[in-house]
Write a protein that binds this ligand. Structure first.
Ligand code: NDP
Length: 236
């Protein structure tokens, strides 16, 4: 199957990791459905093979729209990239609890819902690949990062359960666990984690794209359920 016949759904495609993945896939000729809330940022992806869907992923009716658009327009979806995510930090007793529940809505509830919807389609078509952007914090907890880590542990649990439940099928899941990547995720922080953690050279979105290309280039009998990628200076 040529790349143009492969349909990639990318959430969080208006910035950072999702944007870089959507752009790289588009350049490689895949058909890309790019979704996020900021339309003007999604438009920066402009290419004939990129289709933009603007909306809030935590809204179940928007997820219905994504699903319907994808299957009414293309009749299939080959890759789901779950990149949309946010971060709220602070000690558990001090953190803004409304920010935490909003984060859970996006990082956990919306991710589970979209994956659930697409899985049913993947079962019908007999193939598909879910790629989840988790985090190093999906594998370990740090003080002040417990709430965010909880959402990424949930993503890891989703991925690991799927790996086992889908074993032997042509549907697969890969969970990527990056350390610090330079994106807009930490733009409002008083002290950027680069300084706080002494990471002189954080990962770039190109580094993440390279891991995605590696995963996508595997032959059909190979599975990469988890892949951790860290900057050189990452210590803890
Ligand atoms: P960005 O802030 O650059 O991107 C986040 C994306 O999520 C944006 O496209 C944003 O678009 C979208 N988004 C946020 N809220 C919603 C919403 N309610 N509905 C739909 N889309 C939404 O951050 P990153 O690229 O860094 O983050 C991508 C993923 O990578 C996240 O899950 C993050 O946890 C993970 N990650 C990031 C690391 C890092 O160091 N940067 C390290 C490890 C993991 P819009 O605002 O337009 O809706």
């Amino acid at each position: 199957m040529s790349n143009s016949n492969k349909i990639c759904l990318v959430t969080g495609a208006s910035s950072g990791i999702g944007y870089a993945i959507a752009q790289a896939l588009s350049k490689e000729g895949y058909t890309v459905i790019a979704t996020a809330r900021r339309e003007e940022r999604l438009r920066e992806l402009s290419a004939e093979n990129v289709h933009i869907l603007t909306g809030d992923l935590t809204d179940p009716t928007f997820q219905d729209h994504i699903d319907n658009f994808t299957y009414e327009t293309f009749g299939r979806c080959d890759y789901l990239f779950n990149c949309a995510g946010t971060i709220a930090t602070g000690a558990i007793e001090a953190i803004d609890i409304d920010q935490v529940t909003a984060m859970i809505q996006l990082n956990v509830t919306a991710t589970f819902r979209l994956t659930y919807k697409l899985l049913k389609r993947f079962r019908q078509q007999g193939s598909g690949h879910v790629i989840n952007i988790s985090s190093i914090l999906g594998t370990k907890v740090r003080p002040t990062a417990g709430a965010y880590a909880a959402t990424k542990y949930a993503m890891e649990a989703l991925s690991e359960a799927l790996r086992m439940e889908l074993a032997g099928s042509n549907i697969q899941v890969s969970c990527i666990e990056p350390g610090l990547v330079m994106t807009e995720l930490h733009k409002d922080w008083e002290v950027h984690p680069r300084e706080a953690m002494g990471i002189h050279e954080p990962l770039t979105t190109d580094d993440i794209v390279a891991t995605i290309k590696f995963i996508l280039s595997q032959p059909p009998h190979v599975r990469i359920p988890r892949l951790m990628i860290l900057p050189k200076d990452h210590q803890i």
